[in-house]
Design a protein. Sequence first.
Length: 204
Amino acid sequence: MQNPKIIAIYGSPRRRGNTATLLKKAIEGARDSGADVEEIVLRDLKISPCLEIYGCLQAGECAIKDDFQMVRDKIMRAQGLILASPVFFYTVSAHTKILMDRFQSLWVKKYWIDKTPRNQPTAMRKALLISVGATKGKKLFDGILLSMRYFFDTIDMELWKPLLYRGLDFEGDVLKFPDYLEEAYEAGREYVKVLKNHDVTTLG
Ligand SMILES: Cc1cc2nc3c(=O)[nH]c(=O)nc-3n(C[C@H](O)[C@H](O)[C@H](O)COP(=O)(O)O)c2cc1C
């Protein structure tokens, strides 16, 4: 694969927050390695929560028409995804969760309509996850990691690398940790190398 296309999702409501700053660094690294990165800021979009009406039972297509379809198509056509969300009450931000829930339509298609066997080994695309929380507990990211496992599976991805940082609360806190920023940059660079060596046909 020459120049992989990567979708970068800003999941925090804070435009210049800690996850956004780390994500920008990862994007910089990915671009420096030759990736074509498209940035999506969830707080700028109109995406309804899942209304659980199961219009998707017909053909796996969500019945609510809004910005979800645009984001879905971009994610499903890309070779890579970098998703950044802060920890809010031990899970992802509301913006991120609303997007994830709308992908239930793809889960329905994959497992109910197409009857894909569970745990069927497939050529998975790989995702990079960035998350931060204010506290320092051992279980701080347990909720997010579990949610991501099933979310990534739904979109035919698996977690390649989690970048998880504790003890970051106020906007700008991450700037006090240049090593975190460097790690995010390097992860972006490394991610593209991995994608280039892992050519998976996308669904788009
Ligand atoms: C609604 C809300 C819920 C939060 N819940 C948690 C939490 O459960 N655990 C934690 O350590 N920090 C929690 N935080 C703190 C954020 O994770 C922290 O401020 C983080 O740096 C925000 O990232 P951002 O700057 O990318 O938005 C919460 C903050 C908000 C606004």
